[in-house]
Ligand binder design. Structure first.
Ligand SMILES: Nc1ncnc2c1ncn2[C@@H]1O[C@H](COP(=O)(O)OP(=O)(O)OP(=O)(O)O)[C@@H](O)[C@H]1O
Ligand SMILES: [Mg+2]
Length: 284
């Protein structure tokens, strides 16, 4: 099952359209969720504000109907189930996606201001949901290009690799595995070449097992001297999907989202999927 969160905004409708394609490719159902304040869903018909409550429920229901219609337009084969739930949208979406394979949101919604790149609901579910989260912006940036995955060699990155191989196989496209690194500041000399070799091996080793599991996926390895955000943002502008892990090698305890993943939420040039960090030993 895939879950998409909608709030009546054009960005959320775009997310519903993208989620429909994904559900069609995977062959599962699509749950279309809208979170609203709880009281209109709970209010008694005898309450003096019952009319206001009914008016709010009706507005939310017709908004959900429009999102389901958007799904039907994208792919009539997809079974879309509208769900109207009461509570904070972040908590509701995380709960609704507890058993999902993917949670999809727009990069912004009805709130915010023109030009704002990331809303609080989008930011609030990435790194917290138990499943991968897709953040969708402008539908004009949905080329059917390669899948790109950012590889940093961390344990947290294996989830991103697994998702990226699965998607590339599903879409029948190539996978570009990008590892960005920085030459040592001391620079030059024999060590620079050595460290490039170390990074190349790190990338090859991260990919080895996955390539065996997905022999159909053609992998391009790309080693870049540069900041990962700049490198991945550039590559993503020519790609169909960018996949990164929520956390990387900079394992600051308590941090839900690494700085690379966080920056890419603002700067990715195509749909972005952030995969959850593996549960650490001792956590439940
Ligand atoms: N009430 C909601 N119910 C379900 N999904 C939601 C809800 N609000 C937002 N979303 C999802 O999250 C995406 C991003 O919206 P978000 O609310 O984060 O941005 P915003 O409204 O522009 O900013 P903010 O709410 O922080 O002022 C939306 O495109 C939609 O997919
Ligand atoms: Mg909002």
């Amino acid at each position: 099952m895939i879950v998409v969160g909608v709030d009546g905004s054009p960005a959320a409708l775009a997310a519903a359209g993208w989620a429909a394609r994904e559900a069609a490719a995977r062959g599962g159902t699509l749950s279309v969720v809208h979170a609203m304040p709880a009281w209109p869903l709970e209010i008694s018909e005898k309450d003096r504000y019952a009319d206001v409550g009914r008016w709010m429920r009706e507005g939310a229901t017709s908004m959900l109907d429009a999102a389901v219609e958007r799904v039907r337009q994208e792919d009539p084969r997809v079974v879309a189930e509208p769900r109207l739930l009461g509570g904070d949208p972040r908590a509701i979406l995380i709960e609704a996606a507890a058993d999902a394979e993917l949670l999809v949101v727009g990069n912004h919604g009805l709130g915010g201001f023109a030009g704002m790149l990331l809303g609080s609901v989008a930011l609030g579910v990435v790194g917290r949901a138990a499943c991968p989260v897709a953040v969708i912006r402008d539908p004009s940036a949905w080329p059917a290009g390669e899948v790109v995955v950012g590889v940093d060699g961390s344990k947290a990155g294996t989830g991103a690799l697994g998702f990226a191989f699965f998607e590339a196989s599903l879409r029948g496209v190539g996978l570009r595995a990008v590892h960005a690194w920085s030459r040592p500041v001391v620079g030059g000399g024999p060590f620079a070449e050595d460290s490039a070799e170390v990074e190349r091996r790190l990338l090859a080793e991260a990919l080895a097992g996955w390539s065996e599991r997905y022999p159909d996926v053609k992998v391009t390895e790309q080693l870049e001297d540069g900041h990962p955000v700049r490198v991945l943002a550039e590559v993503s502008a020519r790609s169909g999907l960018l996949v990164v892990g929520s956390r990387g090698r900079g394992e600051l305890t308590g941090l839900l989202l690494g700085s690379v993943s966080h920056s890419l939420l603002h700067h990715a040039g195509c749909p972005l999927v952030v995969t959850p960090a593996p549960a650490s030993p001792g956590s439940s």
